[in-house]
Design a protein around this ligand. Sequence first.
Ligand SMILES: *Cc1c(COP(=O)(O)O)cnc(C)c1O
Length: 459
Amino acid sequence: MAVKIFLNEDELPRQWYNIAADMPNPMQPPLHPGTGQPLGPDDLAPVFPMNLIEQEVSQERWIDIPEPVLDKLLIWRPSPLYRAVKLEQHLKCPVKIYYKNEGVSPAGSHKPNTAIPQVYYNKVFGIKRIATETGAGQWGSALSFACSQFGLEAKVYMVRISYEQKPYRRLMMNTWGATCVPSPSTETEAGRKMLAIDPNSPGSLGIAISEAVEDAVTSEAHGRPLTRYSLGSVLNHVLLHQTIIGLEAEKQLAKTGDYPDIVIGCAGGGSNFAGCAFPFVRDKIAGKQVQIIAVEPTSCPTMTRGPFTYDFGDTVQMTPLLPMHTLGHGFVPAPIHAGGLRYHGMAPLVSQLVMDGLIEPRAVAQLETFAAGVTWARTEGFISAPETNHALAAVIQEAKKAKEEGKEKVILVNWSGHGLVDLAAYDAYFQGKLADHELPQEDIDQALKALEGFPKPKM
Ligand SMILES: *Cc1c(COP(=O)(O)O)cnc(C)c1O
């Protein structure tokens, strides 16, 4: 029995899969925040290059991956598919568990799968510099790596509290040649405003997004090289780029003769989950029996407790209104260690498919996720990112369920990244300092009040 299923380099998928072509109900359009009218491509042009905007709205089922992108992806792709035999033996449940190892990329997560094409499309559009934000640093480091590959400048606004408490990903960014500043910074109007209110502001993802977008749209006026903004999750083109995960997994599973009964991924903005799952959602739309589970934290239960409605993508209300599951743009989740899952919204494509009953959302509590991560490390060996541990907790739940039901099942899970830069979180867990965060309904209701009077998606 093979424990690792590899693809040769010439088996790397050469097209991305665009689920927009197959959805039973199309995604509702993003709306202009001022006019409430559907957004046109030109509205986004100051922020993103037009070639990525075209992908954002494309209805083509298959989109060719450009040769220079394939060339860079080959640094770590195709990624191995593993059979989690040691975990299976430990669990003693009637399941085969396969996992796609996205921790093998240079930045240690799935995020370079979209950072590489995004930087490439910016480069061919004549952009010289990219501005972005990062929380714990996963996206900032992936983008810095990609910019170094294509010779673009990278400017990363990193939430100040993480900048100070988590130096390692900042140092990865510096090693790849990027400039990383703590946000709020003195370099933008938005940052200076925040610092005037609170010189010791710990920062937030919302503020950092404002700074990065402002940096991009004002770069020419300030005499900086031509700059655009880049986002690491949520948007359609990001999910599109990530489908290389599921397309590879399909080919690898075909070599084993197995087809998954259950596909599982953790979901913050939805990109790694969608990347692994969408090719299987396609099969499900075509009539195949497959259960598809997106796992989120109970402390930030966007899909399981948030309504499907129009909301801003960011805290400071600069982005278009997106049709999605949301807890409200002002929702501040508890400071759990899975920083990548602390987002108030969910990708519109994933949200629509949840509404259509094709994706099943599930929330798991923090302590259960770390217990699953430790079990994983002591069986499979790899130490997972705290985000990834959410998916692993659901794998263990499903394995136990299969045993109760007396059914044999094949499970595919996306192992979104390693946790070697997140060991302080494991330390806190071992010392008993972590807690599960109950989220009272009043808190959700309160945050959702901000959406009163917002347009509603058509059903
Ligand atoms: C960023 C991140 C996530 C969450 O982002 P998605 O867009 O939902 O995939 C999950 N796992 C890891 C390892 C991450 O770095």
